[in-house]
Design a protein around this ligand. Structure first.
Ligand code: MLT
Length: 335
């Protein structure tokens, strides 16, 4: 269903009004784009959303995994014009369209699952929902939490910033993540998510970062050997609906969609808690080697926070936006 096809047959204002009231009650079949493969947090969120939606409404929905409906950033464009209904994607791939959510992409701001829940499910998260509707024409209706983005590579163990030297690292086309690797002395390669497996396989790039669950869902263990337990970015992956599609629903269906998103969010929390350690062990059993960063990551943290945070105060809406988050998390604000 798209907003365009729904209105296709309407030729007069009177007919449009009749058709609109019929459409409000008709059952739709929604398409949900999913960037990752089977077995990941995105699929889990999507399945939980569909189960709740189909239980409470006459609507149905289908997941299209592995970027079948387009790369994650491309789906934001499709949602904004109403040619796609829903998408599940990493927050870093929404940031280019709505820079205020970049607060969630700044390195070492979200330091745990509990931090992620506090920020996304409280007033700050609600403000981000409103900002993405305004800036990008997409409405966040659910949040998946995937864990820290660990660094993987095919060349050697990485424990220090110096160990990164000479490695070609893929990052999403996201200015904050690019700046973070530059702070660590690496000029990273921005690459669309849909091209990343092939890029790693063909050794166009040596490494990338994503959570354990995503590494597993994308089968990166087939093309990567070394993992570094970086904790610079806690991956948050929203379920978003096209605002045009959302506004075409009856108020009862809008409420049902929001409730299904909330129930899928709750499921996602349990999914991460239940699955992350098992998946980590599975990746080790498949031959991946895990290292912790030296000195509790101190050098990575210092370089990234000092160099990157100030560069992005303006795009995120001012230093006070970062301070709102830090204060909500019980941490000291920056000056
Ligand atoms: C990316 O690295 O582009 C995304 O974080 C991947 C994802 O959605 O899992």
């Amino acid at each position: 269903m798209t907003i365009f096809s729904r209105f296709n047959a309407v030729t007069t204002a009177a007919a449009a009004s009749v058709l609109l009231s019929m459409c409000a009650a008709q059952a739709d079949s929604f398409n949900i784009a999913v960037g990752d493969g089977a077995g990941g947090t995105q699929e889990a969120l999507g399945k939980a959303f569909i189960a709740a939606l189909e239980e409470t409404t006459d609507h149905t929905a289908s997941l299209f995994l592995n970027g079948q409906l387009g790369d994650e950033q491309a789906t934001v464009n499709d949602l904004s014009i109403g040619t796609l209904d829903f998408s599940i994607l990493a927050i870093n791939n929404i940031t280019p369209f709505s820079p205020s959510v970049g607060t969630l992409t700044l390195p070492y701001v979200i330091l745990s699952l509990e931090d992620a829940i506090t920020v996304t499910q409280g007033p700050i998260g609600q403000e981000m929902v409103e900002n993405t509707v305004r800036d990008a024409g997409v409405r966040i209706i659910g949040w998946a939490y995937s864990g820290f983005r660990v660094l993987t590579n095919s060349a050697r163990p990485v424990k220090t910033v110096a160990d990164l030297e000479g490695l070609v690292i893929r990052v999403p086309p996201n200015e904050i993540m690019i700046a973070t690797y530059k702070a660590w002395g690496v000029n990273p390669t921005p690459m669309a998510w849909s091209e990343t497996f092939t890029g790693l396989q063909q050794k166009v790039v040596d490494g990338q970062d994503n959570p354990y669950i995503t590494v597993y869902a994308m089968k990166f263990d087939e093309v990567q050997t070394y993992i570094t337990n970086l904790r610079y970015l806690f991956s948050i992956e929203p379920l978003v609906v096209s605002e045009a599609v959302f506004q075409g629903l009856s108020s009862e269906d809008q409420a049902a969609v929001l409730a299904a998103g909330k129930s899928a969010t709750d499921f996602s929390v349990q999914f991460l808690r239940n699955e992350e350690e098992t998946i980590k062990a599975e990746l080790v059993s498949r031959g991946m080697e895990i290292s912790d960063p030296a000195d509790n990551e101190a050098e990575f943290i210092k370089l990234a926070t000092e160099a990157v945070w100030p560069q992005f105060y303006e795009p995120i809406g001012g230093v006070e936006k970062l301070n709102d988050v830090l204060t909500a998390l019980g941490r000291d604000p920056v000056n």
